[in-house]
Design a protein around this ligand. Structure first.
Ligand code: PMP
Ligand code: GLN
Length: 378
C-alpha cells in the first residue's frame, strides 16, 4: 500500500510511555493524573449502568449532558449554546478536533497551526489533503506575534487551530490576544478550532479567555473540551465541542459515520456530576498547589523555568544541566535515572531543539517529591 502519512511515526507519548514502563521509571511524561477520580463520579456511572442506560445514546449525545454544558458555558462565558443543535459529545477532545478538521478541510486548503503544537492536529489536516501552515512561537514566553500571524493568512486559509491553555508550554492567551485574533479573522470566513481542554486549569488569578466569549470568534468556532482533563478520567476518553448550528450541522454529517454516538452510561453520570460547579471550579487552585510544590522543590536545581500559567505541564530548561539534545537527555533520564518526561522538539517546527523538557505535575506529592529528588541531583 501507499501510506497516507509517510512521515508520521508512533506518537511520542506511546514511545516514551513504553520506554518508561520497560525501565520502571517514574512517569511524568504523558499527561494524566496518577490519582483517582472522585468516587461519586464513578458511583454515578455504576448507577447509570444499573438503571439500564446501556444502549446507544442519541447521535449528538445524551440531552441532559448537553443541557449541563449549555448551563456551564452560559455561567462562565455568557454565551448560550442551544443543546438541541449546537453541542456534540465526542470520544475525547481528540475526536472533536479530528472530526472538525475532516468535515471542513478540502484538498489544498491551508490550516494555520502554532508550534509547538500538540501532535494530533497536523496528521488530521494531511489526511484531508490540507496543508498545515506552521508558525513557530518564541521559546521564552510562547506569546503569539500577531503581525507574523497576519502575514501567513492567505485566500486559501480555511481554518486556524489554537490551544489555550497551551500544551506543552503552559502559556495562556490573554483577552488582548483573543481580541487581536478576532480582529484579524473578522474580514474572513476562516473557521477557528479552539482547543480548550485545559480550560479549568489556569493559575495565579488569571482567567481562561474562551473563544466562546468573543462574538466574532464564537460565530466561526468549534470550541473543544475534555472531561478527561477536568475530572481526572483521561481513560474514559470523553469530550465535547460546541459551535453555531450551521457549523455543527455539517460536523454531524461526519460524526455520525465516524462514531455515531459515544458511551451512554458515562454521559449520564457526567450530566449529573457537571451540574455541581464545585466539581470543576476548584481545579485551577488544586493544580496550582501541585505546580508550586514541584517548582519550590526545584528552586536550587540547575534547571531554569518560568512557572506554567495553565495546564498541568511545566517546561524545564536544561541548558545548564547538559548539552545533549532533548531527546537524548529524556532517554538517558529514563534509562539511568528512572524518570520519564517529554522532550518537546518533536512538537516544534522542523523539530527545533530549545533544550526544554515537559513534566506533567498531575501527580501525588509523593511522586513529585521523588521526581524532584532525581532532578536535583543532575
Ligand atoms: N488537546 C490537547 C492540547 C491535549 O493536551 C490533549 C490531551 N489529552 C487533547 C487535546 C486530547 O484530549 P482527549 O484526551 O480528551 O482526547
Ligand atoms: N494530552 C496528553 C499529553 O499531552 C496525552 C494524550 C495522548 O497520549 N495522546 O501528554
Amino acid at each position: 500500500f501507499r501510506s497516507k502519512l509517510p512521515n508520521v511515526k508512533t506518537t511520542i507519548f506511546t514511545t516514551v510511555g513504553n520506554l518508561a514502563r520497560k525501565h520502571g521509571a517514574l512517569d511524568l511524561s504523558q499527561g494524566f493524573p496518577n490519582f483517582d477520580a472522585d468516587p461519586l463520579l464513578i458511583e454515578l456511572v455504576a448507577q447509570a449502568m444499573k438503571k439500564g442506560h446501556n444502549q446507544y445514546a442519541p447521535m449528538q449525545g445524551y440531552y441532559g449532558l448537553r443541557e449541563a454544558i449549555t448551563n456551564k458555558i452560559q455561567k462562565l462565558h455568557q454565551r448560550m449554546y442551544d443543546p438541541e443543535n449546537e453541542i456534540t459529545i465526542t470520544v475525547g477532545a481528540t475526536q472533536a478536533i479530528f472530526t472538525a478538521i475532516t468535515a471542513f478541510v478540502h484538498p489544498g486548503d491551508e490550516v494555520i497551526v502554532l508550534k509547538p503544537a500538540y501532535d494530533c492536529y497536523e496528521p488530521a489536516i494531511e489526511l484531508s489533503g490540507g496543508i498545515p501552515v506552521l508558525l513557530q512561537l518564541n521559546n521564552k514566553d510562547f506569546k503569539v506575534d500577531w503581525n507574523a500571524f497576519r502575514s501567513i493568512i492567505s485566500p486559501k486559509t480555511r481554518m486556524v487551530i489554537i490551544n489555550t491553555p497551551h500544551n506543552p508550554s503552559g502559556a495562556i492567551f490573554s483577552r488582548e490576544d483573543m481580541l487581536q485574533l478576532e480582529e484579524i479573522l473578522r474580514p474572513t470566513n476562516i473557521i477557528l478550532v479552539s482547543d480548550e481542554v485545559y480550560e479549568h486549569i489556569v493559575f495565579d488569578g488569571q482567567e481562561h479567555e474562551s473563544a466562546s466569549r468573543f462574538d466574532n470568534l464564537a460565530s466561526r468556532s468549534f470550541v473543544c473540551a475534555s472531561f478527561g482533563k477536568t475530572f481526572h478520567v483521561t481513560g474514559w476518553k470523553m469530550g465535547y465541542c460546541v459551535a453555531p448550528a450551521p457549523l455543527m450541522k455539517e460536523f454531524l454529517k461526519t460524526h455520525q459515520f465516524a462514531v455515531f454516538s459515544v458511551d451512554h452510561p458515562v454521559q449520564r453520570a457526567l450530566a449529573e456530576y457537571l451540574r455541581n460547579e464545585r466539581n470543576y471550579l476548584g481545579l485551577g487552585g488544586f493544580y496550582q498547589q501541585k505546580r508550586d510544590f514541584f517548582l519550590n522543590r526545584l528552586s536550587s536545581s540547575k534547571f531554569k523555568f518560568t512557572p506554567s500559567h495553565g495546564t498541568y505541564f511545566q517546561l524545564l530548561d536544561f541548558s545548564e544541566v547538559s548539552s545533549e539534545s532533548d531527546e537524548a537527555l529524556a532517554e538517558r533520564l529514563i534509562i539511568d535515572h528512572k524518570l520519564a518526561c517529554i522532550p518537546i522538539s518533536s512538537f516544534n517546527l522542523d523539530h527545533q531543539d530549545h533544550q526544554l523538557l515537559r513534566f506533567c505535575f498531575a501527580k501525588t506529592e509523593e511522586t513529585l517529591e521523588s521526581a524532584t529528588n532525581i532532578l536535583n541531583k543532575l
